[in-house]
Structures are given as C-alpha cells and as structure tokens.
Design a protein around this ligand. Structure first.
Ligand code: 1GP
Length: 235
C-alpha cells in the first residue's frame, strides 16, 4: 500500500458499493488528495458489488479499506479491514456474535495486522445502522464514558462517532477527543460543505465524508482541502 497508514488519515471518503459512481467521479475522488477510500454501507453490500468497486479503486494508488458489515462481502485485496464493534447497542450480536461467526467462517484468511477494530457509537437514531443495531442514544455523560471504555478499557485503535446523515455536535466530538489518549477518533455524518469538514477536522482526528459524494461531487472533493488546511484544535 502506498500512502499514509490509518493512524495518519485525516480525511477519507466512504463509498457505498450499492450506489452508482461513474469512472470520472471515482477518479476525481481517488486523485483528490484524500488519505484513503473506505468501502462500506449499512445495507446492500454484497461480494459482487464490493469486488467490483475494489477493482475500480485499485486503478489508483489511494489506500483502500473495507468496513466489514457482512461476512459474505469480505473480499480479499483491501489494505485494511475495519471491523465495527457497536458500543451503544443492547444486541450482543453486533458486539461479539457476528464477529465470532465471521471469524469462524473466514478461518485464517485475514492478515492479523490488516484488521482494525472500531468502537462504534451511533448517534443518529434515524440512520440505518441505528435501526439495524437497535442503538440506544447515550444519555448525559455517557458519551464520555464510552470514550473512556474504548480508550482505557478496550484499548481500541479507533473510536468512530457515527452521525450518518446528520451533522453532529462538534462540542461533544471535541470533548470525546480530549478524553482519548491512544484511541484515534473518527467522525462521520452530514458533512456537506468545506466549513463542516473543517469543523469536524478541528474536533476529530479523521473525518469521514460519505453521502455528499453522490449529491455534489465538487463539494465532496472540496472537503479534502478544507480538512487539510485545518489543524486539529489541541486546546
Ligand atoms: C457514514 O459516517 C459516514 O457511515 C459518513 O456519513 O454519509 O452522512 O457523510 P455521511
């Protein structure tokens, strides 16, 4: 893999293999200066559409990760496999059940240093992932507790605040960031302008840009520069 390692990613595009993206758009994204392309979606991700998208992304040098949400769609050849562990669900299937079933099915397939666990806190109750996992929105002070749980207890490499579809509360994101010591903070949700991308980049380590890709390619590409020009707020 050329390019930066996950621990250095500041900006990534998340592509949904179920959605149409023409070659010109894919080229613009891969050559935009983004640090990586993540392939993933909450539904409709199949082996076929994942392998198809991976082969098209592989025309470029951009690092490419698969966010694993279905064992059936685990395609070999990605640089990194990001495995969500949903922290705010009462359904243990999304914490351990599916993971063990997947590892049983896959056996020794995945390279041990190519797998990254992501603690997921889903913060938009209306998004598909929230409905799928019966996510419970954190109460007062709980988000901070999730941050400590991910960082101090589980020592996860990544904590992902998932606001998918809506722009989140950047003050809450920044509070979480302050708590984390070794865990990297990913933020995703509702970034549809350079300003929002810059605000998210000030609060979190890594900014994930998804839906806007399919709504306004130019805006999506503009988020790369907005993130690059934004130093993370260290205060
Ligand atoms: C979704 O966090 C990503 O998993 C990005 O969210 O699609 O709202 O940009 P958006």
């Amino acid at each position: 893999m050329s390019g930066k390692l996950l621990g250095e990613w500041r900006h990534v595009f998340k592509l949904d293999p179920e959605k149409e993206l023409d070659d010109g758009a894919l080229e613009a994204l891969c050559l935009s200066g983004t640090d990586a392309i993540v392939v993933g979606g909450s539904s409709g991700v199949t082996y076929e559409n994942t392998v198809d998208l991976l082969s098209r992304i592989r025309r470029y040098e951009t690092p490419c990760a698969l966010e694993v949400t279905s064992v059936d769609a685990v395609v070999p050849g990605f640089d990194v496999y990001m495995v969500p562990i949903v922290l705010n669900t009462p359904d243990a299937d999304f914490i351990v059940g599916r993971h063990v079933a997947a590892l049983k099915a896959l056996g020794g397939f995945m390279p041990p240093d190519g797998i990254v666990a992501e603690g997921y806190v889903i913060l938009n109750p209306e998004c598909t992932a929230a409905r799928l996992t019966s996510a419970v929105m954190p109460g007062e002070g709980e988000l901070e507790a999730f941050a400590r749980y991910a960082d101090r207890l589980l020592r996860l490499p990544v904590l992902y605040l998932e606001y998918s579809g809506i722009f989140g509360d950047m003050r809450a994101v920044a509070r979480v960031k302050k708590i984390l010591t070794n865990t990297r903070l990913f933020y995703g949700g509702g970034i549809d302008s350079g300003e929002k991308a810059a605000a998210a980049a000030a609060a979190a380590d890594t900014v994930v840009v998804g839906n806007v890709i399919y709504e306004s390619l130019k805006t999506a590409v503009d988020t790369v520069k907005a993130v690059q020009s934004q130093q993370r707020d260290k205060s």
